[in-house]
Design a protein around this ligand. Structure first.
Ligand SMILES: Cc1ncc(COP(=O)(O)O)c(C=O)c1O
Length: 372
């Protein structure tokens, strides 16, 4: 027998993958506790929900646990219908997936070809660059202005090759927002064949009455897609459940690419229960608003200035070497994110914690400053 296949370079991946660094996994909580010699960690580095998860969601998971020998309902129909009713749109305009990250993957697999351009603000959510890179698309990073997406500069960056613009609102890592009027003006002048993606992972925390109603664009059949998640407000980050809302002309293509079983059984029932959990939602929003105001005030007393913050995290200029500050906090078991890799060497991103955690952080920063 003769095999004519040339086996040279047989195990090389797609060309684009060669340019992508491997994902670096963080240490486990147990490893970190051992490393810092602490019993408890204060996790203020991942924008998670410090109050736990919706109790209704937990109850729904417990009840559904007996059915996990069965595959999940593949189209998440009940959850999609519930979300569709919630937003007053058709079920076909909702797609559920394994977290907002997985929506981004499906979105980019659907729309980005090699050589297409994707325009985003910088710094913004790192996943945009990673996933578009895998597709071979060109990422155009437009610097933020005053920590905020700069729509005028984004328009300047749009070329005939621009396939997609992502607006992260509130922006991760800066927690700033764009408002209705400026977004309306932007949508009006952007070429219509350019897909506008609103990443609204943190939208439920925003209290500003001029925050854009992006759903309006979906209902008007504009070329838009909105990303939302159950990870933040509802405290279901560990379950991995997110969704997107878009007109049918966009969804018709997404539906060709999405995995067969992207959302597991437990996540589907938990998300439906969480949507009804008004008590939890009210409690989380109130605690977040109080915690955020407390942290901004206390850090200001320490001479640190925070960018206008609308999400469940703040972006603060500490005036110090942020890597050193973060390391000193880690020694006390407190985790926050330095902004060095985002181009802000003295800034940090801090997720709002419980009141006790917020107080512990402020006290620790005070001590570290006193030591200098
Ligand atoms: C801006 C933004 N979009 C999307 C996501 C994805 O969220 P998840 O995959 O947990 O639903 C995150 C997570 O941190 C985020 O910060």
């Amino acid at each position: 027998m003769v095999c004519t296949k040339n086996t040279e370079n047989n195990n090389l991946p797609r060309r684009q993958v060669l340019n992508i660094p491997a994902v670096v996994y963080g240490k486990t909580s147990a490893q970190l506790k051992e490393q810092y010699g602490v019993n408890e960690l204060v996790l203020m580095n991942c924008n998670e929900n410090p109050l736990g998860s919706s109790p209704l969601a937990i109850k729904a998971i417990q009840e559904e646990a007996l059915n996990i020998n069965r595959y999940p309902e593949s189209g998440s129909s009940d959850l999609r219908q519930k979300l569709a009713n919630h937003y007053g749109i058709e079920r076909e305009m909702v797609l559920c997936s394994n977290g907002g990250d997985n929506i981004i993957t499906t979105l980019m697999q659907t729309f980005l070809d090699e050589g297409d351009e994707l325009v985003v603000g910088h710094p913004s959510f790192f996943v945009y660059g990673h996933t578009s890179g895998i597709m071979g698309a060109k990422l155009i990073k437009v610097p933020l202005k005053d920590y905020t997406y700069d729509l005028a500069a984004i328009l300047q960056a749009v070329t005939p090759k621009t396939k997609m613009v992502i607006i992260c609102n509130p922006n991760n890592p800066t927690s700033t927002i764009l408002r209705q009027k400026e977004v309306d003006e932007f949508i009006a002048v952007l070429p219509q064949d350019c897909l506008v993606v609103f990443d609204e992972a943190y939208r439920e925390f925003v209290e500003d009455k001029n925050y854009p109603d992006s759903l309006k664009y979906v209902k008007e059949d504009k070329n838009v897609l909105i990303i939302r998640t159950f990870s933040k407000l509802y405290g279901l980050a560990g379950l991995r459940i997110g969704y997107c809302l878009a007109p049918q002309k966009v969804m018709t293509y997404m539906a060709r690419v999405v995995e067969t079983f992207p959302v597991n059984r437990l996540a589907q029932v938990a998300a439906m229960a969480a949507l009804d959990d008004k008590n939890f939602v009210t409690k989380v929003k109130a605690a977040n608003a109080l915690g955020k105001a407390y942290l901004i005030d206390e850090l200001a007393k320490l001479g640190m200035k925070t960018a206008p913050a609308y999400a469940n995290f703040i972006f603060t200029d500490t005036g110090m070497d942020s890597i050193k500050l973060v390391k000193d906090l880690e020694k006390r078991g407190i985790l926050i994110r330095p902004a060095v890799s985002w181009g802000f060497p003295t800034c940090v991103r801090i997720s709002i914690g419980t009141q006790a955690e917020n107080e512990k952080l402020v006290k620790a920063i005070q001590e570290i400053k006193d030591e200098i």
